[in-house]
Design a protein around this ligand. Structure first.
Ligand code: PSU
Ligand code: MN
Length: 313
């Protein structure tokens, strides 16, 4: 039986021919999310970035699989037209774990978050995934309990996620504490520090620095062999695209104040904060976001390639 067969979920999966072929042949695959396209970046930067991420993955010799929900199916490997539709449509659902069944049953167009994409990648048999910044514990999360479903997903679904840390709009120390509690390895790619999304440094240490992709492939193999779930690999935003940290902190402070004043919370909060920060930094945050997304896609492809190469030894 092909490795992507997942029994009852099969009827909901729609694999692109390139993805199906890569799964059958055991070639490296990298899943990509779609919330960043529909809710994280403005048009047309969102489509351009999505295509640039796919291209970066192909350049390394891996196969990209951008994931979204469409017409009652989990589409794994969006084509150009579907990408455009997601990037421009209004009322795209933001699909995390809890939203998946509703999105499928209602035939709505849905963009998958980190948690939704991990889940769908796993159903399809894909183990490597690149995003920008994962969700985490929101500032004030100790009373609001606004903790992204991304963190729980990492503790239960066996997919390796490459990110540039957690988004700087969050409470980073509590996010790391939560990941530790949930048993999620947090590896720093050629860094000792947990990156802060728009900036390379947070002053917080990762669990373990790793400098070589073969070492990460070996860690992932051991983790999964022991029946464990997600892993986080954190790569700092490329230096030339990083924002000055004072600028980021000022922008976030006023974005948070604006969200509070307008009573924005729940699933709408992260997209709102990202838009506000983009406005305040006059687009500089969007450039940083684009650069780190492409960088993460490339790294995820290298890791997937190293994992597949080691399997044949
Ligand atoms: N990375 C980005 N931009 C984004 C996201 C990640 O560079 O918009 C999305 C991811 O889909 C992530 C979501 O899962 O933000 C977090 O949303 P929340 O905080 O509501 O869980
Ligand atoms: Mn939330």
């Amino acid at each position: 039986m092909p490795s992507f067969s997942t029994g009852a979920a099969d009827r909901y999966l729609q694999l692109a021919p390139t993805v199906r072929a890569a799964l059958v042949e055991g070639r490296p695959l990298v899943a990509l999310e779609s919330t960043v396209i529909a809710h994280g970046l403005p048009y047309p930067t969102n489509v351009e970035t999505a295509l640039a991420m796919e291209e970066a993955i192909r350049e390394v010799g891996a196969v990209p699989a951008t994931i979204a929900i469409r017409a009652g199916r989990i589409v794994v490997g969006l084509d150009r037209a579907a990408l455009e539709e997601l990037a421009t449509a209004q009322d795209v659902l933001k699909v995390s774990r809890r939203d998946l069944a509703f999105a499928l049953a209602s035939q709505r167009l849905g963009a998958t978050t980190v948690s939704g994409t991990m889940l769908c990648a796993h159903l399809a048999g894909i183990r490597f995934f690149a995003t920008g910044g994962i969700g985490g514990v929101h500032r004030g999360g100790e009373s609001s309990l606004d903790i992204s479903a991304d963190l729980m997903e990492l503790s239960r679904t066996p997919v390796l996620v490459v990110c540039a840390g957690a988004k700087a709009i969050l409470d980073l120390p509590r996010t790391l504490e939560y990941l530790e509690t949930q048993g999620v390895p947090v590896l720093g790619w050629q860094t000792d520090e947990f990156p802060a999304f728009y900036t390379p440094r947070s002053g917080l240490r990762v669990q373990q620095r790793v400098d070589d992709e073969r070492q990460i492939a070996a860690i992932a193999r051991a983790h999964w062999a022991c029946g464990l779930a997600g892993l986080l690999v954190c790569a700092p935003v490329p230096a030339e695209a990083a924002l000055p940290s004072e600028q980021v902190e000022t922008a976030i402070a006023s974005a948070l104040a604006e969200a509070e004043a307008r009573g924005i919370h729940g699933a709408a909060l992260t997209p709102f904060l990202l838009r506000q920060v983009a406005e305040i930094t006059r687009g500089a945050s969007i450039e940083a976001n684009r650069a780190l997304l492409v960088n993460n896609a490339r790294l995820a492809a290298r890791l997937a390639r190293a994992y597949v190469a080691a399997a044949g030894q």
